[in-house]
Design a protein around this ligand. Structure first.
Ligand SMILES: *Cc1c(COP(=O)(O)O)cnc(C)c1O
Length: 446
């Protein structure tokens, strides 16, 4: 590993809210079988256990959610080739091939939060049901159908599942928990969109509105739940269950890459660009991808210029917990899924040896990309989900990016590389709201 390839000094652009790239000097090609996380260690077996849990619940999910009937209860997204978009994005991404991991279409939650959020609700439900003898560790997927009625419903109805969210995690947890029969409470921050609150209320979820930011909503939810022994709080800043639910995406993606004939090895690097809020979703996925694809997958997190909390945390290291406000930034962005002032510490610890880098994008760029995606592919994504599209140009079109590629010995492989942009939300954005996004993006187009 070339230590000079990364540079931990903060890019000067951060405090000026200008787009920039940070490269991780602690990145390691070789990984131990289990990676340190919050006083424990996690490995591939944990990711597989999360995937198996989702599989046990699949028939039950298919019964609870008609939209899952087609896939037998599997919540997954397509891997899309995007050649037309590649030309539209400009000269830099012309190297190699561009693909989209279409989590903007994920059913039930309409965002990447379907992966972690639903997994945590299921893990909580499974634990309760086992403790009450309704299922056993030997129960198969068919036995889990019993959790849809009678004794299980009554048991779940006595428990609350709560979460603090800027919007999408609330949608995922709220909808899944209330479908299983739990009381569901979602603490929403001020960024949360009105339509998300409405969607939850229509499903019987209690929405508590907070005047503060994401951290304030999480803190309020955590405090309320701590006072109630029948309440389970989904802690977006600390939850292992969320993170492992996200990581299971890697197992499915490995199969999709194989099916598409996309090889990942020294000659064929894979670059993955993941929108990042608190860091749990992209960290879980990066953890999973590094376990199943090794050192030739290079993961980058994308954040709004006003909310680069993960970049700041990675630069500061584990002793500190910086906030974007300390840097004079506002945490104001239309990318509501990414409007987080301080990163998850466990996610940042886990990423220290695994993550290749972070970069930031302006809101204007998000809206331009959203329109380019619509025009080139017909796909409808929300602003947060557009953050990854700046990745290829950051790597291939900047001095810092090219120096990193050169130091890693990757320049010669670029023609055979795959750039995978993870689009993280959009399915349920109301028509009117989406039209406003497109209008803004078109007004900006040059
Ligand atoms: C939550 C979210 C992310 C990022 O997930 P974190 O776990 O907060 O980092 C990305 N995109 C969308 C649309 C989201 O809702």
């Amino acid at each position: 590993m070339n230590q000079d390839a990364g540079n931990s000094t903060p890019p000067a652009q951060i405090g000026r809210a200008e787009p920039c790239l940070w490269l991780n000097p602690q990145w390691q090609a070789r990984l131990p079988k289990a990676v340190p996380l919050a006083g424990t260690r996690i490995g591939l077996a944990d990711t597989q256990a999360a995937a198996e849990r989702m599989a046990r619940f699949a028939p039950l999910l298919a019964r609870l959610f008609p939209e899952l009937a087609q896939t037998g209860g599997v919540i997954e997204s397509a891997l899309l080739a995007a050649p037309a978009l590649q030309s539209a994005l400009g000269p830099a991404p012309a190297h190699g091939r561009l693909c989209i991991k279409a989590d903007h279409r994920l059913p039930v939650a309409g965002s990447i939060k379907a992966r972690g959020g639903i997994h945590e609700v299921l893990e909580f439900a499974e634990g309760l049901a086992r403790r009450h003898g309704l299922i056993t560790p030997q129960s198969g997927p068919g036995d889990y159908l019993a959790l849809a009625d009678g004794a299980a419903r009554a048991l779940f109805a006595r428990h609350t599942v709560a979460v603090g969210s800027t919007g999408n995690l609330g949608l995922s947890i709220g909808v899944a928990a209330s479908a299983l029969g739990f009381r569901a409470v979602v603490h929403m921050s001020l960024e949360a969109k009105e339509w998300k609150k409405q969607r939850l209320r229509q499903r019987g979820v209690q929405v508590v509105e907070h005047a503060g930011d994401y951290e304030a909503a999480v803190a309020a939810g955590r405090a309320q739940a701590a006072a109630d022994p029948y309440s389970h709080f989904v802690d977006d800043e600390r939850s292992l269950s969320l993170l492992l639910g996200y990581s299971a995406a890697a197992l499915h993606l490995r199969q999709q890459l194989q099916d598409a004939g996309i090889v990942v090895d020294a000659e064929h690097p894979l670059f993955v660009y993941l929108p990042c809020g608190v860091g749990g979703a992209p960290a879980g996925i990066t953890f999973g991808l590094r376990q199943v694809l090794g050192a030739h997958v290079h993961c980058f997190f994308a954040e709004p210029v006003q909310s680069p909390c993960f970049m700041l945390q990675m630069m500061a290291g584990q002793g500190a917990h910086p906030s974007v406000y300390d840097w004079g930034l506002t945490n104001r962005t239309e990318a509501d899924g990414l409007a987080v002032p301080r990163a998850s510490l466990p996610a940042a610890e886990l990423m220290a040896p695994l993550l290749s880098g972070c970069f930031t994008v302006t809101d204007d760029a998000l809206f331009r990309r959203l329109v380019q995606v619509l025009d080139a592919t017909g796909e409808r994504i929300e602003p947060s989900a557009a953050a990854g599209f700046g990745g290829p140009a950051m790597l291939l079109g900047t001095d810092a990016g090219r120096a990193w590629l050169a130091a890693r010995g990757l320049l010669a492989q670029l023609p055979q590389a795959t750039h995978l942009v993870w689009t993280t939300g959009g399915l349920f954005v109301p028509e009117e709201e989406y039209r406003r996004f497109v209008y803004r993006g078109r007004a900006l187009a040059t």
